[in-house]
Design a protein. Structure first.
Length: 402
């Protein structure tokens, strides 16, 4: 019975994490079918694939204020409920597809930011392993969303119905989070808990963590968007082979997420992990630039291994560089806001450089430069120091002091 009490919160949070990528990752593989069903061009529908990232960036800063008002668990519950409403709304034709995507992206943004804080609130010093499980679940969510898109379309009889079937696991996750929220009393946070998200970015360590999160996110989504095309055009692979390598590269994130957080959190500094994740990406990009056809599988897998290590490391840095649950939420919001806005612009920049130059070399060169910046930010963030926020942002607290 004691094990059930201990594992039940982790199970609820892992199930919720499993719902945080699939609802929008499932759109890309069925864009053509959606176009036929709704009589809308695929060019217009392609906006659906970038809308979530922009929404994540814009809406993430609202999550800590919501948590300060409602409590972390109730704020996560609100995010899950909004996600469920957005998934259901996509059944309402073209306008519902776009409005539902914005709505579900808002719910996911809240859950993205507050999951680390919820894990910390449940497990305290033992939270690294559970954070790894939730991060692995997010990685699997993207794979499930893309891989099950066609089977769910066939099962539902249409692409919109197939997308709506994701409502079932979302509702189950929402019920689990509701149980967690119900058994927790809401206590007003200390004055520091109500500091604005921007306050955390006055600290250099927080800026480094934010830059690292943003650049690793850009690197991952650039891979997810363009690696298959690069392998087809420059390495001469078939679309099926290129897509298969991309799927395997992306799937490496799941086992990495289980291993990295508990191991990286054991030591005060995380410099070896920054190098272990960053250098394989450098080798992969150089390989794709210099000899793409020589070992395309090696380049793809190195890229996937690097991004697979760096995402859970970035989440772990948010955890180990902060002092309490409220500060974890603020840093998570700041890092994810900047991160997903960068992630939305990175693939666009690589695509524009391809259109201008007619090849992928300019885009890969840009990614290589950004990878060097990512390593620099990561090495700074990996130093064993905690974030310090200025109490001047909480005048009521300072006024209360004698």
């Amino acid at each position: 019975m004691r094990w059930l009490v201990l594992l039940a919160p982790a199970a609820a949070l892992v199930l919720l994490a499993l719902c945080l990528r699939a609802p929008f990752a499932a759109v890309g593989p069925v864009l053509g079918v959606l176009s036929d069903e709704l009589a809308v061009s695929t060019t217009v529908l392609a906006v659906l694939t970038s809308l979530p990232l922009v929404c994540f960036g814009l809406l993430s800063p609202t999550a800590p204020a919501l948590a300060a008002r409602l409590g972390v668990h109730r704020a996560v519950l609100v995010g899950a409920a909004v996600l469920a409403a957005g998934v259901a709304l996509r059944l309402a034709g073209t306008w519902g597809l776009f409005a539902g995507t914005v709505l579900l992206s808002g719910g996911i943004a809240v859950c993205n930011v507050l999951l680390p804080a919820a894990v910390r609130a449940e497990y305290g010093p033992r939270s690294a392993a559970v954070l790894g499980a939730t991060t692995a679940s997010m990685a699997l969510s993207a794979s499930f969303g893309a891989g099950l898109a066609q089977p769910l379309t066939a099962a539902g009889g249409s692409a919109t119905a197939g997308l709506a079937l994701w409502l079932l696991p979302v509702l189950a996750a929402t019920a689990g989070v509701a149980v967690l929220a119900r058994r927790r009393r809401v206590e007003p946070g200390p004055p520091a808990a109500r500091l604005p998200v921007a306050a955390v970015l006055r600290d250099r360590v927080a800026l480094a963590v934010t830059a690292f999160f943003g650049l690793q996110s850009l690197s991952f989504y650039a891979m997810l968007t363009w690696l298959a095309n690069i392998l087809e055009d420059d390495a001469g692979l078939s679309p099926a082979a290129a897509g298969g390598l991309l799927a395997v590269a992306a799937a490496l994130g799941a086992p990495c997420a289980l291993v990295v957080p508990p191991l990286a959190a054991r030591r005060p500094g995380q410099t070896p992990w920054v190098l272990a994740g960053g250098l394989p990406i450098v080798v992969a990009i150089v390989g794709l630039l210099v000899a793409p056809a020589a070992a395309p599988a090696v380049w793809a897998l190195l890229y996937g291994l690097g991004t697979g290590l760096l995402f859970p490391l970035a989440m772990t840095l948010v955890l180990v560089r902060t002092r309490d649950v409220a500060q974890t939420g603020r840093l998570s919001a700041a890092a994810q806001s900047a991160g997903y806005l960068l992630a939305a612009t990175g693939p666009l920049a690589v695509g524009l450089l391809h259109d201008v130059s007619g090849g992928w070399r300019a885009g890969l060169a840009l990614l290589l430069v950004l990878q060097a910046c990512q390593l620099a930010a990561g090495l700074y963030a990996a130093r064993p120091r905690l974030i310090t926020e200025k109490r001047a942002e909480a005048p009521s607290a300072s006024a209360a002091r004698p």
